[in-house]
Design a protein around this ligand. Structure first.
Ligand code: FAD
Ligand code: ZN
Length: 470
């Protein structure tokens, strides 16, 4: 089957409107969220349901057309856009938007893969439940993308990442068969865990079309605070104090350097910055209580009081209303947006043992400064999870594109230091096309061979998101 016959078959299957092959129509699907790369494609296909996805995959197999699954296209590692060859199709799940079932008693929800994360949160809330996955792209990223990247976000500390929030999957295999594993079971020891294989696979092993998600009771109340600190080491002490006092009630602990908040102030001047001043670091804390707002406030007050007494915290503000709490979270969530508005930078999404973080920052920042004098570190992240977004922006006066030429050298400084600490080069964004070479550099040959064997066994034709991850 040649390309023309393939597209004709796709049109017959999906209808004219859902096979987009013109440049303008395809453009938003081909450009990555950060605007770093624009790929080419044969067409963008928008199936309506699982059976159509399976039929598309079978057409791809018979015509040997590679395919790139895509959800909200908010991924940050060039996983969701095709390469420059123009041979692949983009398989967009955007039309698959059905919340299939909410089982409040089982505390599960079954959804199509194209359901937007925020919609999933709302559907859970409509049934008095909480779907805790939360990240700044939640207005446009999809459950299929969240699972395929094993997304993290701001509630991992308490609820785990996407993998921990998924009980079952429906997947279209690289052969175009449907594996229906939509089980709402918390215990199921019946052999290899296929679900866990597809989660975090970045579309390289199959297309996720549906998922059973775990729900939680909604907390009665939550309280948010912003604390000013002298250093990452003090932030770690604060984390420890908070965990001792609040245990599982501590649902968020985010670190932001002063420079991050300066970037937010520059690009989003309307956002209030209650502790703006001469502090080096800030921690955003969130506590949830299953009892009451008073209980949450009391827990926070005790913990912050202890931290102030021990000289760990310099200053702190506690949100007095939901709007103020939203305002504090807005500061954190606008950091990636402020960075994007400021221009390209070299991003690292690293995972470290929590106990190693302060030493890592203290050792790595001077190394970067020695190698790239004047470079600006945009360091923020999910401190409670040991996950830093350790991004490096150009020195003042250096063009962003010019600085990107140093990406390889900057990566070496950061990732070698990560490896030396027993860390990981990707905590939550994944590998995609962007970090493929880095993965090959830092994984052991044994681990890489196991991964390649799995890929070859499931996708022998190599049609599933080729050139990504492996
Ligand atoms: P896409 O970008 O469309 O795809 C991502 C990958 O998954 C690609 O490899 C794609 O091929 C594959 N894929 C997508 N759908 C499917 C499917 N149905 N079946 C098989 N493969 C599929 N990530 C975090 O983990 N934590 C954060 O805090 C976070 N914050 C972010 C903030 C902003 C402002 C932005 C833009 C991104 C952020 N991200 C974060 C990254 C990104 O939003 C998440 O990784 C998200 O989970 C991707 O979902 P998506 O639907 O946009 O997937
Ligand atoms: Zn993050």
């Amino acid at each position: 089957m040649d390309a023309t016959a393939f597209l004709a078959a796709c049109r017959a299957l999906l209808g004219e409107a859902h096979v987009i092959a013109d440049e303008q129509g395809m453009a938003p699907y081909l450009r990555d969220w950060r605007g770093r790369f624009t790929g080419r494609a044969l067409a963008v296909l928008r199936p309506a349901d699982t059976q159509q996805v399976a039929a598309v995959v079978r057409l791809c197999v018979s015509a040997r057309v590679p395919l790139v699954p895509q959800g909200g296209n908010t991924g940050l590692v060039l996983g969701s856009v095709p390469d420059a060859s123009g041979r692949a199709i983009v398989l967009s799940l955007a039309r698959m938007q059905t919340v299939r079932q909410v089982d409040a008693l089982n505390r599960t929800m079954t959804v199509d893969a194209g359901v937007i994360l925020q919609r999933a949160q709302e559907a859970a809330a409509e049934h008095g439940c909480l779907f805790p996955l939360s990240l700044a792209a939640e207005g446009s990223c999809t459950i299929g993308g969240n699972l395929s990247t094993n997304a993290g976000g701001t509630a991992v500390l308490r609820y785990g990442n996407a993998r921990e929030l998924c009980l079952g999957l429906e997947v279209v295999t690289p052969q175009g068969e449907v594996w229906s594993g939509l089980r709402g079971l918390r215990k199921d020891n019946t052999g290899y865990d296929l679900r866990d294989l597809f989660i975090g696979a970045e579309g390289t092993l199959g297309v996720i079309t549906g998922a059973v998600l775990k729900l939680y009771p909604q907390p009665k109340a939550s309280v948010t605070a912003l604390a000013a600190l002298d250093s990452p080491a003090q932030a770690l002490r604060l984390l420890s104090i908070m965990q001792d006092h609040c245990a599982a009630s501590l649902t968020g602990f985010e670190l932001m350097s002063a420079f991050c908040l300066q970037l937010v102030a520059k690009h989003f001047p309307a956002l209030a910055q209650p502790l703006a001043g001469a502090h080096a670091q800030y921690a955003l804390l969130e506590l949830s209580s299953s009892e009451s707002a008073e209980h949450a406030a009391l827990l926070l007050e005790r913990a912050l009081g202890a931290a102030l007494e021990q000289g760990v915290v310099r200053d702190a503000v506690v949100a007095a209303s939901a709007a103020q709490s939203r305002g504090l979270w807005n500061l954190r969530e606008h950091i990636p947006l402020a960075q994007a508005a400021d221009g390209k930078n070299i991003k690292h999404d690293i995972s470290l043992p929590v106990s190693a973080i302060a030493d890592f920052i203290a050792a790595t920042e001077p190394r970067l400064q020695a190698a790239f004098p004047g470079c600006q570190l945009v360091c923020f992240g999910h401190l409670g999870d040991g996950n830093l977004h350790f991004n490096v922006a150009p020195p003042k006066g250096v063009a962003h594109d010019d600085f990107l030429l140093s990406q390889e050298a900057v990566n070496r400084v950061v990732h070698d230091a990560v490896a030396a600490c027993g860390g990981s080069i990707s905590a939550e964004h994944g590998i995609g096309a962007l970090k493929r070479d880095e993965l090959a550099r830092y994984k052991s040959p044994v681990e890489l061979n196991l991964m390649r064997a799995i890929k070859a066994a499931l996708d022998p034709l190599g049609l599933m998101n080729p050139g990504k991850m492996l």
